[in-house]
Design a protein around this ligand. Structure first.
Ligand SMILES: Cc1ncc(C[n+]2csc(CCOP(=O)(O)OP(=O)(O)O)c2C)c(N)n1
Length: 730
């Protein structure tokens, strides 16, 4: 067994969970074909035992996977993956699929180097869609089926497995609309209906599925036939199995379902999703039908594991490490960012009757449960419909409410146009609260909330706050809901709160800016070694402020003496370091621009996309400010203020953040370390950058003779790139 499968990790010994005797026989899907009905039933039980034991040790999506055990077995027995394509919507319910497609070492699930928590093409040819943002499977399936037809690959089938929760997303309906008029004969849509998203699924569709689920007509007939045949012992079983083998049209088993039929899509169901025989019966017929078919399957989330079955809130949708016997968490949850939001939004709703919270199917995870418990009418759950959430919020704002839309940061990507055109263009007073912003860790590339700041920075009129601790978060939220004529965003990371980080003072505003949007706190001030010391401004964006402050303290202390002959700005001279935290980072506050323009080196640390992020915004703002001052100065005479002509342009920027890449799975702290976003990384990056500015030292003595505000910035003089302001290039 490879060493990786036996390593010590996070204080526990990771041994692959032992697989049962039947599961041990299944190395690939075709091995399922050889199993008898009894073996299949045994296999389902083994898989449930395996999932509980192994997810209890790693954390993961337990409830959804316990619900699809029989469904997944039936799918793989009926269809021939990878020749047939099986697409799991969202992909959080693909653990059973992994187990029967050759992946049975779950010991490092959702860790770097271990199995992904979602389908992953790198892992298996049986995995197709790995985006994990909900409601896309029908569009994927439509596309794959269409391509098969265009390429003349008529014998290939495509199956989309979509939950009733994911069916509430707009993309699913756009796809259905297209599928209804397509002539793809080999498209099967399995609606995995457990009545729940995280919490019970809401909305018109949910009511409709409810009605179908409880419609006894068709199911009664089918169940009757089945019972009668099976009651006759082996001959009846043979007849029933033979019936399964029949390749005939679906007319006899399809019931008209006004809802789907009106769309023009055939519907069959409801089918008991824990009866493999019934599932295979329905899937086989759907496979043979000459039009796209919806197979409505009823499953039970958390099936077979009492703590999950009895968990009212979410049936163990996703768990951390738990004790398998009790389902209780191994590590108690600490008071985190989400809990602060939960308290604050409740207090705001009590104070201000205009406040109404909006969630896209994630009421509890984003912290809206306490508000929903106390004032249910003040929380709107729109389903997995982020786009609708934003536009409906614009409507509510127009009509006198102040919506607070609480989302995971990664899911805001979907609603960018709605933020831009519905909320911002209409100057709607809507507050967007982004949980899990920045690097999130175990859910991999699709769940890092790393695009929000770079995207939101382009929305005219929008204000975005990135608080650093509990106090700044509460202040940002209160200020956000007081804004009635523009969108406001408050973003914070996953997990527990950092210690309070008090401000030494508020940054002076040289340009006369004022108000909470301009608040920039000074967290650390280190004087450096004398007047010759390079001036370093470190900007800690949001939760990065703590690491920035720590780095600032270290930089201001002992400073390494350079090796002989290696004089440099950095060499042996401790820089004057100021660490600041702007409460609001979009748009960049003017005091921050002034402070940056007066520095030699500006280091910006942000838990978001570095390109186009806050560091880039600040760099651009400094450039514009310097340019403007230069133009003004040319007309009015030089020599006043830090941005006047003769100041020679702006500082060098070092921007630390998330690169433009799909960042993989790892712990947040490890990722921060790798991207130089922890204190150590910030110190090293700052020193290295100062050392690169070595030639500037040649002029340092002469430069220091000038008054500070007229001193050319040595860093700028060294820049050869064309991004230097025109005044500096001239
Ligand atoms: C666009 C988007 N918004 C929110 C989520 C978070 N999310 C993950 S699973 C889930 C519920 C899915 O419910 P359903 O499709 O019924 O599957 P089940 O877990 O019940 O099997 C939600 C809201 C997501 N993945 N994508």
């Amino acid at each position: 067994m490879p060493a990786a499968q036996h390593r010590e990790h996070h204080g526990r010994t990771d041994r692959p969970q032992a697989v049962g005797p039947v599961l041990g026989l299944v190395g690939q899907p075709r091995d399922l074909d050889r199993l008898t009905s009894d073996e299949l039933v045994a296999l389902a039980a083994e898989i449930r035992g395996f999932l509980v034991a192994s997810v209890a040790r790693t954390g993961g999506h337990l409830g959804p996977n316990l619900g699809v055990v029989e469904l997944t077995l039936a799918l793989h027995r009926t269809f021939r993956s990878p020749r047939d394509t099986i697409i799991f919507d969202t992909g959080h319910q693909a653990y059973v699929h992994k187990l029967v497609t050759g992946r049975q070492d779950f010991s490092r699930l959702r860790e770097r180097g271990g199995l992904s928590g979602y389908p992953s093409r790198a892992e298996s040819v049986h995995d197709v869609v790995e985006n994990s943002h909900a409601s896309t499977s029908l569009s994927w399936a439509d596309g794959v089926a269409r391509a098969h037809r265009l390429r003349g690959e008529e014998d290939r089938h495509v199956v989309a497995v979509i939950g009733d929760g994911a069916m509430t997303g707009g993309m699913a309906w756009e796809a259905l609309d297209n599928i209804a008029v397509s002539s793809d004969r080999h498209l099967v849509i399995v609606v995995n209906d457990n009545g729940r998203s995280y919490a019970p699924t809401i909305g018109g569709l949910a009511h409709h599925l409810d009605a179908l689920r409880t419609n006894p007509g068709y199911e009664r007939v089918l169940a009757g036939v089945r019972r009668a045949l099976l009651a006759q012992g082996p001959p009846g079983r043979a007849a029933y199995d033979a019936l399964h083998g029949l390749k005939r049209g679906l007319k006899d088993v399809l019931v008209p379902s006004a809802f789907f039929e009106d769309l023009g899509i055939k519907y069959t169901g409801p089918v008991d999703g824990h009866d493999i025989t019934a599932l295979e019966f329905a899937l086989t017929r759907a496979r043979e039908y000459s039009e796209p078919v919806i197979v409505h399957v009823i499953t039970q989330k958390g099936r077979g594991y009492t703590p999950a079955e009895e968990h009212v809130a979410d049936r163990f949708h996703a768990v951390g490490r738990i004790h398998p016997e009790t389902g209780l968490p191994v590590v108690a949850e600490r008071f985190g960012w989400t809990a602060v939001f939960a308290e604050e939004v409740l207090a705001m709703a009590r104070r201000d009757e205009r406040v109404v919270a909006v969630t896209a199917a994630m009421q509890a995870p984003v912290g809206l449960q306490p508000l929903a418990d106390e004032m249910p009418e003040r929380v709107v759950d729109v389903g997995i419909a982020e786009q609708h959430a934003l536009t409906a919020s614009a409507g509510m704002a127009y009509a006198g409410m102040h919506p607070v839309v609480a989302l995971y940061a990664t899911f805001l990507n979907r609603a960018f146009d709605q933020v831009l055109m519905d909320v911002a263009l209409h100057r709607a007073g809507v507050t967007i609260v982004l949980d899990r912003a920045g690097l999130t860790g175990t859910d991999g590339p699709s769940h890092h909330g790393m695009w929000d700041m770079a995207l939101m920075a382009h929305v005219p009129g929008l204000h975005l706050a990135a608080p650093r601790d509990e106090d700044t978060m509460r202040a940002a939220l209160r200020h956000a809901v007081s804004v009635g004529d523009a969108p406001t965003v408050v973003r914070y990371p996953k997990g527990e709160l950092p210690d309070p980080l008090p401000a030494l003072r508020v940054l002076d505003d040289l340009d006369g800016g004022h108000g909470p949007f301009d608040a920039v706190d000074v967290l650390v001030e280190e004087p450096g070694d004398g007047p010759d010391a390079p001036r370093v401004l470190i900007v800690g964006v949001g939760a990065m402020a703590a690491a920035a402050a720590e780095a600032g303290r270290r930089l201001g202390g002992a400073w390494p003496v350079p090796a002989q002959g290696q004089a440099g700005l950095a060499g042996g001279v401790a820089p004057a370091v100021t660490v600041v935290h702007p409460h609001w980072v979009v748009p960049v506050p003017s005091p921050l621009v002034s402070a940056a323009a007066a520095a030699d080196l500006v280091v910006v640390v942000e838990d978001g996309l570095v390109e186009g992020g806050i560091g880039s915004q600040l760099r651009d703002a400094v450039e514009t400010a310097v340019e403007t001052a230069a133009v003004r100065g040319a007309g009015a005479g030089a020599g006043h203020g830090p941005l006047s002509v003769g100041a020679g342009g702006g500082p060098v920027f070092k921007r630390l953040g998330v690169p433009r890449a799909f960042v993989g799975t790892d712990t947040r702290s490890q990722l921060l370390r790798e991207l130089s976003m922890d204190a150590e990384g910030i110190v090293t990056a700052t020193r290295t950058t100062l050392d690169v500015l070595v030639p500037g030292r040649r002029d340092a003595a002469a430069l220091t003779a000038l008054p500070w505000d007229a001193r050319p910035n040595p860093a700028t003089r060294l820049r050869s790139d064309t991004s230097a302001p025109p005044a500096a290039r001239a």
